[in-house]
Design a protein around this ligand. Structure first.
Ligand code: ZN
Length: 268
């Protein structure tokens, strides 16, 4: 039997789907991502479920993609193999969350880094605990052009996204709220209850109207070109994976990038 890296709970009309690999700071392995996508598919078709909370067990939301697994199983990927892997598991899986037909809320504590940042920001709302922090040190530590989905400028504004990406520095939960990236910041002890309360309130609304509303709200950024910009960045991100700079990172071992990024809290 396959290990389970995702936990699913139902609270009336709210489904909570939690990353459940706390001993690895919820590093996103292939199995975890496949299970998360399957759990979301199930929530999509479940008639009782009106709102999905995307949470994580343990002290951290997610340290990002599983770089140890990446080094072991994908270190020698061809362009074609990497494209296939990343376009499905990183880009398409993420955009399915963005396009999910029901409201979604990311519940974030601790580190929300790189692939974790990308995942949380696919949700409609973000509730963070006071000590939570967000970062994307991929360019600074690994020589790849950020992440596969460059959602950053769309959720915090262009200038702030540039600063965060150019420096690789952490963004604390309060600052993220000031920038409009995080909806609510709550004490760690209240995180689960307050997120569920918010989800429960949203779940009271008529679900079809909510579905149409979300569609229109997302289209308000689609008409500004968000989807085209994300798609174009994915292509350039793939180019950066075959650069000499990224190649040097792979030859040195992605784990050294993990060590370098530990100061920031890294991973891609
Ligand atoms: Zn990549």
């Amino acid at each position: 039997m396959e290990n389970s890296f995702v936990a699913v709970e139902q609270f009336d009309r709210v489904r909570r789907i939690s990353l459940d690999r706390p001993q690895a700071r919820n590093a996103q392995s292939q199995a975890l991502l496949d299970q998360l996508d399957a759990a979301l598919e199930d929530a999509r078709s479940d008639e009782q479920t009106r709102v999905v909370v995307l949470a994580a067990r343990g002290d951290h939301f997610s340290a990002g993609h599983d770089l140890k697994e990446a080094q072991a199983s994908r270190g020698n990927f061809t362009v074609e193999e990497r494209w296939a892997y990343e376009s499905l598991r990183y880009f398409d899986y993420c955009m399915r969350i963005w396009d999910f037909p029901k409201p979604t809320i990311a519940q974030v504590q601790g580190a929300c880094v790189a692939g974790g940042f990308m995942l949380a920001n696919m949700c409609d709302l973000v509730v963070a605990s006071e000590e939570a922090y967000f970062s994307d040190p991929v360019t600074a530590t690994m020589g790849a052009a950020s992440l596969e989905v460059l959602i950053h400028p769309w959720v915090m504004g262009l200038r702030q996204a540039k600063e965060m990406l150019f420096t690789g520095e952490r963004l604390g939960a309060r600052r993220a709220q000031e920038l409009g990236m995080v909806n609510r910041v709550v004490p760690r002890a209240d995180l689960e209850a307050q997120t569920l309360a918010l989800a429960g309130r949203i779940a009271q609304a008529p679900p079809f109207a909510m579905r149409l509303l979300k569609r229109s709200l997302n289209r308000s950024v689609d008409v500004q070109g968000m989807r085209q910009a994300l798609s174009a960045h994915f292509d350039l991100h793939q180019l950066s994976h075959v650069s000499q700079e990224y190649g040097a990172t792979v030859r040195a071992g992605l784990s050294s990038a993990i060590a370098k990024g530990a100061a920031h809290g890294a991973s891609s």
